[in-house]
Design a binder for this molecule. Structure first.
Ligand code: FE
Length: 338
């Protein structure tokens, strides 16, 4: 009787120890992600990663500012292994704050062109977002268009719509122009844009395109995935993409990307996840869900995106968008771009 009890007791203990051990083992095999990309843009890749590797991915999503503040406040105690966010300006800021660790990986170096990742390996582009010109097809012919810079010419007076300069996308665009032209020439160009505005700067890219479609202005500059979303909803809008600067520097591009946090508890699993996100399998998912372009140049964009045509990208390292962000903000302010 006693023996029977002991047996059962031991069996119960063994069972629970297995459970505990099992729980510990699976806890080690996980990555915790802070993501400024919304759940529907990341979860399909995480699920694919877990299916491939058995490593679980836990994540929270929030605005990039809130995530950076949280990482800073948590310091060494952060549960986060990885930060995912859009715009090189934001990733550059996280790196500057010392929140990311340098990663060396042959896979990442092979899959991601050098201009789309941090020279110090603290963050890596995972999808490319292009910022072309959008024009009203009833009012503008593609032959009328050439470069971002040319939109400062007097022939565009009262015909240009721009999103507010407060958005990092425009700050990055201007930062890249400073890198190419220097401050004086860039300021001249930006002043020309401001002089050509048909209306006060708009709150977002979609609104800017709606103004162009409604004939309130003829051209604007937006991220192409917003164009994709708007045209999917409303295919008959008289809007088209023009890829500027094809004879010189190329289209302004930016990234969505990720880095491993400085105090990651699971750095190896986090690097594995990064490598997976740069792989052929995940690249399609990562770019396609938001109508962006893969960073990995061997992978083709989604057919709907490919239909907009191919274009040359500006190959100045996107890191520059962060480095010159302050100068860009000051310059836009001087030029009167609100
Ligand atoms: Fe966006």
């Amino acid at each position: 009787m006693f023996r029977g009890f002991l047996n059962r007791y031991l069996t119960a203990m063994f069972c629970c120890m297995t459970l505990l051990f099992g729980a510990n083992a699976s806890q080690a095999e996980q990555v915790v992600v802070y993501s400024a990309r919304i759940e529907q843009l990341i979860k399909p890749m995480f699920d694919a990663f877990t299916k491939d590797t058995g490593i679980a991915v836990k994540f929270i999503t929030d605005k990039e500012g809130a995530l950076l503040a949280r990482l800073k406040a948590e310091g060494k105690n952060t549960p986060a292994d990885m930060l995912i966010t859009s715009d090189a300006g934001n990733l550059w800021e996280a790196a500057r704050e010392g929140l990311l660790m340098p990663v060396e990986s042959k896979t990442l170096a092979a899959n991601i062109p050098a201009y789309l990742r941090d020279p110090q390996g603290r963050w890596f582009g995972l999808s490319v977002r292009a910022r072309p010109i959008i024009y009203n097809t009833q009012k503008v012919k593609p032959a009328d268009l050439s470069t971002y810079e040319a939109l400062a010419d007097p022939e565009w007076k009262g015909r240009l719509c721009l999103r507010t300069s407060k958005k990092v996308y425009n700050q990055s665009l201007v930062a890249m122009m400073i890198a190419e032209h220097g401050e004086a020439k860039t300021e001249q160009i930006v002043k020309g844009w401001v002089a050509n505005l048909a209306t006060d700067p708009l709150s977002d890219d979609t609104k800017a395109m709606e103004f162009v479609a409604a004939g309130k202005c003829d051209v604007t500059i937006v991220n192409s995935y917003y164009y994709g979303r708007l045209m999917q909803k409303n295919p008959e809008l008289p809007l088209a993409i023009f890829w500027p600067n094809q004879e010189n520097s190329g289209v302004h591009v930016n990234i969505s990307g990720a880095g491993v946090t400085k105090y990651a508890r699971h750095p190896e699993a986090a690097i594995k996840l990064l490598e997976f996100l740069s792989s052929e399998k995940a690249q399609n998912l990562f770019a396609d869900v938001n109508m962006e372009y893969p960073v990995n140049p061997v992978i083709k964009p989604d057919p709907a995106v490919a239909a907009w045509g191919t274009f040359k990208q500006n190959q100045i390292n996107v890191n520059t968008a962060g480095e010159l962000q302050k100068e860009a903000i000051k310059l836009m302010d001087r030029a009167g771009w609100r």
